[in-house]
Design a protein around this ligand. Structure first.
Ligand SMILES: Nc1ncnc2c1ncn2[C@@H]1O[C@H](COP(=O)(O)OP(=O)(O)OP(=O)(O)O)[C@@H](O)[C@H]1O
Length: 242
């Protein structure tokens, strides 16, 4: 379980983007974060993964205060979550499989890195995960030859191979055709349900949030204005967010 307590974020420019936000994420939740452009969605997600310094507040992860941890403790904890960018962060010149395996960089012994041959069990795991995101047939395809949506699905498999318990995704379906967007959302939903991975993602599309998430957060002017179990939003809730 994760608790965000009184998160306030002020950038050096003086702009207070997040104002005393308190939220809770239960294990296995699929949270969709909605808000207009510039409302602070990416800032919340970066704070949640400690990529951004908190001005005030506490992040409690399974009973431990992450905001009070030293750098080493935080680095250790960072293996528990993965961050998916709007544009998948993959090596375009390597195959989908090699990209997924690179997610195990820190667990792979140096000699294996040098000879470039993964252990059999790691290979099987990566192939298994590629199958789960419907990319098994493209495992040996170079990433540069994959579509944006396919790359995002490879990025999900890479997040899982490192054993992430939470995937935080910043607009993972931005710029995708509706069909690809649905596939990526289905993959995230699938890993959330079958792999017990918690998912938090920002979205612009209300209908995707309503269809795939278990919880919806709405952000407006630095505050959470909606925090509900996922369902169709009322006109009032939409007005509050947008
Ligand atoms: N590093 C930064 N330094 C100063 N201000 C920033 C920084 N990053 C973001 N901001 C400001 O914080 C506000 C929120 O930005 P953020 O990127 O979190 O919004 P967003 O809701 O994710 O937007 P979008 O939907 O367009 O991606 C914006 O006004 C932005 O200009």
């Amino acid at each position: 379980m994760i608790s965000i307590r009184n998160l306030t974020k002020q950038y050096e420019s003086g702009q207070e983007v997040l104002k005393q936000i308190s939220l809770q994420i239960d294990d296995g939740d699929f949270v969709a974060l909605l808000g207009v452009s510039g409302s602070g969605k990416s800032t919340i997600l970066r704070c949640l993964t400690m990529q951004e310094k908190w001005t005030k507040g506490q992040l409690i992860y399974n009973g431990e205060d992450v905001t009070a941890m030293n750098l080493l403790q935080r680095l250790k904890l960072r293996t528990e979550w993965a961050y998916l960018h709007e544009k998948p962060q993959l090596n375009p010149n390597k195959s989908a499989l090699k990209n997924v395996l690179s997610g195990r960089f820190f667990e792979t012994p140096l000699w294996r890195k040098i000879i470039g041959k993964p252990a059999m069990d790691e290979h099987m795991l990566a192939m298994d995960l590629l199958e789960k995101v419907g990319m098994l047939d493209k495992a040996h395809e170079r990433v540069s030859k994959l579509s944006h949506g396919e790359q995002q699905r490879v990025a999900i498999a890479k997040a899982l191979v490192k054993g992430a318990k939470m995937i935080v995704a910043d607009e993972p379906v931005s710029g995708l055709e509706p069909e690809s967007a649905i596939q990526v959302m289905q993959d995230l939903k699938h890993v959330c349900q079958k792999q017990q991975v918690t998912v938090v993602c920002s979205l612009h599309q209300i209908e995707l949030a309503e269809r795939f998430a278990t919880r919806i957060w709405g952000l407006s002017q630095g505050k959470i204005v909606v925090d509900i179990p996922a369902r169709r939003l009322t006109m009032r809730e939409k007005d509050l967010i947008f």
